[in-house]
Design a protein around this ligand. Structure first.
Ligand code: ATP
Ligand code: LTN
Length: 332
């Protein structure tokens, strides 16, 4: 009963590698915070992961590990719906339907497609191109009011809104048009080695990114090596990309404003600041890693949870899918 009054939230994360501090601050940390106030649905977007080539055994283990990490972060399967995207066939089914209401031209403008097709020039597949349509299906099936994502996903959300409005315009009120929910702090965590680029788990330079499951030693080492500038003053500055990024990370974790951080490190060097940021990150991630280590050991318990999650999600998704199919004229 209580859930009926709550606004709805949906988000997904790809199991395409080790999740990073960027994924955590830009997306996952918010999920946990939203859990009490909203009726939440969160999924491991495994179908999206195969838009770039994956090694089967590795993909399988990353799907488990991403689901376990959602639990370790404190997402509660009793309170929220936690599932694996491919377990709910309605995602693929609605995706096909919506692709017939999406224009080639609008997909071609997606910056992520342009970036990823440049990066994987030998495998510019149709799935990579139509990726935002599947994402629109993920979202629209659950009629969420808000979709929490990092800033890099804003364009995809806008397309989902456009598709929903277009479909509703033809057939009446089928989909809810969701709003993005992008955090003010931590929305774009940058690489520790090239702070003009976003922190990405697919970066080959392992010092450029921090994994949520990194040990405290690894975390400290990566922060000590973080690229900064030669000014040696801890403050926000137009050309101080490295320091701006470290201030952003420290602020997202401690809740301190950039002015407070500047005051805290007045008269101190970058070395001290990097240590403080590293320690704050290591402490924030420590309990998550410890919980994860326990959860991942019990595959049977994990399986019971994701099966139940898929059943809950499937019930909601099928209702929306059927409504959309009926409107289009299919015989159900
Ligand atoms: P890749 O790094 O391989 O390109 P990704 O990490 O961007 O992939 P996802 O795993 O699907 O892709 O991202 C999950 C969520 O994490 C999304 O909401 C995304 O906006 C957010 N996110 C990813 N990287 C960052 C970052 N550097 N800063 C803030 N948020 C991020
Ligand atoms: N495309 C997203 C992951 C994703 C997603 C979604 C996010 C897939 N489906 C639905 C929000 C809602 C990404 O790469 N970050």
């Amino acid at each position: 009963m209580e859930n009926e009054a709550k606004k709805k939230v949906l988000s997904c994360i790809q199991p395409s590698g080790m999740l990073t501090l960027g994924n955590y601050l830009g997306a996952l940390k918010n999920w946990k915070n939203m859990q009490e106030e909203f009726d939440c649905t969160f999924a491991v977007a495994d179908l999206h992961a195969i838009t770039v080539r994956q090694e089967p055994a590795k993909l399988r283990s990353q799907i488990y590990s991403t689901y376990a990490l959602m639990l370790a972060l404190g997402l509660d399967p009793e309170e929220s719906t936690l599932f694996i995207q491919s377990h709910v066939p309605a995602h693929s089914q609605l995706s096909w339907l919506l692709s017939c209401y999406t224009q080639f031209g609008e997909m071609s403008r997606m910056t992520q497609f342009k970036d990823k097709s440049a990066k994987h020039a030998d495998n510019v597949n149709v799935g990579l191109f139509s990726y935002p349509v599947l994402m629109a299906a993920d979202i629209l099936l659950y009629k969420p009011d808000f979709v929490p994502v990092g800033a890099d996903q804003k364009q995809h959300l806008e397309i989902a809104r456009d598709i929903a409005e277009r479909f509703n315009g033809i057939y009446g009120d089928v989909f809810t048009v969701p709003d993005p929910y992008i955090p003010k702090i931590g929305a774009r965590v940058m690489s520790l080695q090239d702070p003009t680029k976003k922190m990405s788990k697919s970066d080959e330079n392992l010092n450029a990114w921090v994994a949520i499951l990194d040990t405290p030693d690894d975390i400290m080492r990566k922060f000590k090596r973080a690229v900064t500038d030669s000014e040696a003053k801890v403050c926000i500055g137009e050309e101080k990309h490295g320091i701006n990024n470290l201030i952003g990370i420290y602020s997202a974790i401690t809740g301190k404003t950039s002015d407070e951080i500047t005051a805290e490190f007045e008269g101190k060097g970058y070395g001290d600041f990097k240590l403080a940021v590293g320690e704050a990150v290591a402490e924030e991630l420590r309990p998550i890693r410890e919980k994860y280590d326990c959860i991942i050991k019990d595959k049977a318990a994990l399986e019971a949870l994701y099966r139940e999650g898929a059943e809950k999600a499937g019930y909601v998704a099928r209702k929306t899918l059927n409504k959309a199919m009926k409107k289009v004229g299919f015989v159900l």
